[in-house]
Design a binder for this molecule. Sequence first.
Ligand code: URA
Length: 307
Amino acid sequence: MSEPNPPPTRVTLDRALSKLGLTSRKQAQLAIQEQRVKVNGRMIDSPGKWVTLGVDRIVVDGAVAKPAEKVYLALHKPRGLVTTRSDEQGRRTVYECLGDFGSWVFPVGRLDRDTSGLLLFTNDTDWSENITAPEKKLEKEYLAKVEGHVGDEALHTLRAGVYLDDGTITLPAKVRIDRQVEKSTWLSIIIVEGKYRQVRRMCEGVGHPVTQLIRLRIGTLVLGKLASGVIRKLTPEEVEKLVPGTTPVAAPRVAVSPKASPPSPGREGGSTRHREAGSALRQTPPAPKPRPTMKSGAGRRRPRRSR
Ligand code: URA
């Protein structure tokens, strides 16, 4: 017996396009303002217009907006790349690692420029939100090389909660010494939050600045032997295990009804072509650019910029 369809979702037009996995909200807003998007045959210029997924007929650049195939990727992010699609300072970005996965995907959370390790990408906003939502308290495991030998008091504070410079205190963390090397210590740190540069600020807060940071695990998913700079597709089992209830191989959960109001004459009207919207909205990653050095940001508040 087939699963019953979920109730229709009512969202703003920009969110609808991003929920369909076609583009980011920012790009959707742009496309709407450029009058490239019609709803039920009428050109819409307000990203805030409410639409019902699965009921309203959304057309972008003359093509019916259909849910894009869901994509779930794991990257071993190398150091030196910022987690953003395009960087206003011209720094190299993680998108140069995406290669053939050039369709629209966005990072699930972020890693600092100087942090390496496991970074996920998807075009499934619900899945992403389930991973990053603070209330889900999903474990993130890091290996941090810090300056000096870490004593019992610092370990206790890291575990119990560190007061950060913005007045907040971190939630209890699992912290243990992995190994000592000369004048440094490798710490295994498992946190359930995602504050800006949290691990660096925690270690800085107990007097042991981080000199190297690697993310080894997000929830049930480990970095494993994935080589630096390499991206791979997650298996359906991995996707489902990370966020139970996700069915990545099933048919799309939202469908844009072809029976809503008839298309207006024009590019999409009466067309026998079944081109799907999305390709025009997706962007190829920007070419690598020269890289200036970045200041240490440990202990700072999160500014509105890429890490
Ligand atoms: N904590 C940090 O300090 N940096 C990261 O990139 C992730 C967690």
